[in-house]
Design a protein around this ligand. Structure first.
Ligand SMILES: [Fe+2]
Length: 444
């Protein structure tokens, strides 16, 4: 139990008060300019294992057939080893990994372990143990071919609504969890990162969680921590190197015929930026025969008819929308706005059958409540909008067709509050003549 639980009440309140008094602006989210429904109770998830036992276990995809196992121990002597195998209690394989830790003001993190295991078989259940101690965990690898099902939900937080969303998600099977930013809402109160890790462990230890950053991950403190993302980068490392990115804040990966681009709304995105250059190269490398579906996730929505966060994604849209359009990206998912909204296919503020379909899915369960007010009259581009907590599912059936559904926490999981069939742009002849294709044709 030691340091986390003991310090949970006194330290964060003290630090937050101090920070607020000294530097109020950087620690505030951008969520203070509209009225929200009252939020539900924060859940603090205590540490209940021994100091050398793993806690906050979560997994993420690395390359074609590997998995990164991440966990934390309070004991600095604990080893970064993962033993694993396909039979319960029998570990035929073993991998050694790395460890790190970080400091944030007076807070010292536990030992953060990251161990990549594999190669692994697709669509297979593995049992594993971290550091040779504590409980056995298990996960299922994603399939190597269609069909594949993604759960997508942003702005998760750690409230009673979060718990409700995660339980709801867990009622139906899926392969990969995608999170477009705003994880713990720790907002510099570091013990809340630990509490969040423990809350999500039952889910994030059995299916890969692939995340990108939101504004609540920034945690910049002037002069002392000017670059931010200290906790996020240490605790939630994503496979950015594998896609040629030089930052954990933006990367791509491929799974079962789907190319997924995780963009960084809070990393420089202008035309001269490293993220922009990386995105150009990444899009150029996509082979639509191998990955007929291309999906992008980012935090601040480019299209949004809610009164909350109006215009916050606009400069990024202006910088990058053309790249995604020319590459015929199928879907763009965002968070940040605490509601659900589905748009039609769009390019440059107009309906365009060759543009991505845009979805805002920032309704995971944050501590700030829902974004209740939508603009009136309704934009013809916005096809469904509702401020309710819930999650989305993208089931890609094959190379050409997928089904998107949105599920409210208040309904049973079988109820589809909003659903639509989608055809991949790679299958639409009318959209095949992109500038990229034209170049390819000329070269041929
Ligand atoms: Fe946000």
């Amino acid at each position: 139990m030691a340091k986390y639980t003991k310090s949970l009440i006194s330290f964060p309140i003290l630090l937050h008060t101090l920070c607020f008094l000294l530097f109020p602006q950087p620690l505030l989210s951008q969520d203070n300019d509209f009225v929200r429904q009252p939020a539900s109770q924060l859940i603090i998830t205590p540490h209940q294992r021994s100091n050398s036992d793993p806690q906050q276990v979560h997994i993420s995809l690395v390359g074609k057939d590997k998995m990164r196992v991440s966990w934390i121990t309070e004991d600095n002597e604990a080893k970064s080893v993962v033993e694993y195998g396909t039979k319960e209690g029998v570990y035929s394989e073993k991998s050694m990994g790395e460890h790190t830790s970080y400091q944030y003001f007076f807070y010292n993190s536990g030992k953060i372990h990251n161990t990549v295991i594999g190669p692994l078989e697709p669509n297979t259940t593995y049992f594993y143990k971290c550091g040779g101690l504590g409980p056995e965990f298990s996960f299922k690898t994603p399939p190597s071919k269609f069909p594949i099902e993604f759960v997508i939900v942003g702005d998760l937080g750690q409230t009673e609504w979060t718990a409700s969303t995660l339980k709801h998600v867990d009622k139906s099977d899926y392969d990969v969890f995608l999170l477009p930013g705003d994880l713990s809402y720790a907002d510099s109160q570091q013990p809340l990162w630990d509490s969040f890790g423990r809350l999500v462990e039952p889910y994030a230890s059995k299916r890969p969680w692939m995340v990108t950053e939101g504004n609540h991950e920034i945690e910049i403190f002037p002069i002392i921590y000017p670059n931010g993302f200290k906790a996020y980068n240490a605790r939630w490392p994503m496979p950015f190197q594998q896609s040629g990115s030089n930052s954990n804040l933006y990367y791509s990966f491929e799974v079962a015929g789907t190319h997924i681009i995780m963009l960084g709304s809070y990393s420089d995105f202008n035309v001269e930026s490293q993220q922009y250059n990386w995105l150009q190269l990444d899009l150029a490398k996509i082979d639509r025969v191998k990955t007929p579906w291309v999906i992008t996730l980012l935090h601040a929505p480019w299209y949004n008819s809610n009164e909350a966060h109006q215009g916050e994604g606009e400069s990024m849209r202006q910088a990058m929308e053309e790249l995604l359009y020319e590459a015929r990206v199928d879907l763009v998912f965002a968070g940040h706005v605490h509601a659900y909204e589905r748009f039609t296919r769009i390019y440059d503020n107009q309906a365009d059958s060759c543009g991505p379909m845009y979805v805002t899915i920032g309704d995971g369960g944050n501590r700030e409540g829902l974004a209740l007010k939508f603009e009136k009259p309704t934009s013809p581009l916005s096809l469904f909008r509702e401020p309710s907590f819930g999650h989305g599912r993208l089931r890609i059936l094959n190379e050409t067709h997928a089904h998107w559904s949105w599920h409210r926490n208040n309904d049973t999981n079988a109820i589809v509050a909003d659903g639509i069939w989608i055809e991949s742009l790679s299958n639409l002849k009318a959209c095949s003549e992109t500038p990229n294709n034209q170049v390819a044709h000329e070269e041929l």
